[in-house]
Design a protein around this ligand. Structure first.
Ligand code: SAM
Length: 317
């Protein structure tokens, strides 16, 4: 199906939709580095013209500029909502970007939509914000439901909880529902009689990577010099080899760059490539911009295996 991708970032979610057999017909983000990354990877590898991805503030995009599509996808920026942000508030101006997603859905009337956000969205305003969002989608003519999915349950070597809202236009059949897990912490778990695979671990994801340095030629295998200090706070907990990693985030709680988790050897923090691996990006997916921008693009992304499993619940035609 034809996909319109809002807040596309580096293209993690788009990669999952493309791998599931859908086509991206138009994508948008207002971050220059993300759009460059998108062009060099998504457009190039899937033979999409570079002008498929538009660098522009969504608030300045006239809906007429967007071609007609079957699915609208959008991980609208979560920072205003995130529990990691102590200043989150219903009135945070960034929260209105979800209204842009709503505008595009209302005007383009796709058959389906997929919206992604952080779990913190469920508790803002004691749950009033999510109720308002679901009411908005109903009034726009969609049967929608949301669920918190853990990326680790879909073959991502990372515990990453995300709220996924799925919408089906009222006149469209079949209605779509959330995918069932493919992986589990407990390998004895079964779904529909099939045994799930065991969660992937940090060891599985990064143990073959050498330490960065001279003579090591792996794209984006460089990182922050920020010292490791294990003190139990977010970003400063020891990373375990034999578990999925903690959530890779796009930014910190305050000023400065994103919080980068320590490498399990505890001598340094993860490189950009290691965080990309923990987000399931393949090694030939190369990130543009400064090191801090590369970390941010990766932390913001929907890991493609999660997006792929979601995309697969949507009919291809
Ligand atoms: C959570 S990230 C989405 C990541 C993407 N779904 C992926 O899987 O890689 C949110 C994106 O919204 C973009 N964004 C923020 N404000 C925007 C605006 N006003 N117009 C367009 N994009 C915006 C950010 O640059 C960021 O890339």
């Amino acid at each position: 199906m034809k996909v319109i991708s809002l807040f596309c970032g580096a293209g993690g979610m788009d990669l999952g939709f493309l791998k599931a057999g859908h086509t991206i017909i138009w994508a948008n983000d207002n971050d220059k580095d993300s759009v460059e990354t998108y062009k060099k990877n998504i457009c190039k590898k899937f033979n999409l013209p570079d002008n498929h991805v538009v660098l522009k503030d969504i608030e300045k995009v006239d809906t007429k500029e967007i071609p007609d599509g079957d699915i609208v996808i959008g991980g609208f920026p979560c920072q205003g909502f995130s529990v990691a942000n102590p200043y989150r508030h219903v009135k945070d101006s960034r929260n209105k970007l979800y209204l842009e997603l709503l505008r595009v859905i209302k005007e383009k009337k796709p058959k389906y939509f997929v919206a992604e956000n952080v779990p913190g969205i469920l508790s803002i305003g004691k749950g009033e914000v999510i109720k308002m969002i679901m009411r908005d989608f109903k009034e726009a003519g969609y049967k929608a439901q949301y669920k918190v999915l853990n990326a680790a349950n879909f073959g991502v070597p990372q515990k990453r909880m995300r709220v996924i809202i799925l919408g089906t236009r009222e006149d469209v059949e079949p209605r779509i529902y959330h995918p069932k897990p493919t992986h589990s912490q407990n390998p004895k778990t079964t779904v529909d009689g099939t045994k799930l695979k065991r969660w992937l671990t940090v060891r599985y994801a990064i143990s073959d990577l050498p330490d960065p340095g001279e003579g090591v030629d792996i794209p984006n295998h460089h990182g922050t010099k920020h010292k490791v200090k294990v003190n139990g706070f977010i970003g400063n907990r020891a990373t375990k080899w034999d578990e999925p990693s903690p959530t890779i985030v796009g930014r910190g709680g305050g000023t400065g760059g994103p919080v980068i988790i320590p490498h399990p050897n505890l001598h340094r923090r993860m490189t950009v490539r290691e965080t990309a691996r923990l987000q399931s990006f393949p090694d030939d997916f190369v990130f543009e911009g400064s090191i801090s921008s590369q970390y941010r693009q990766i932390g913001n992304a929907v890991p493609w295996p999660l997006a792929y499993n979601i995309a697969r619940v949507i009919p291809k035609k």
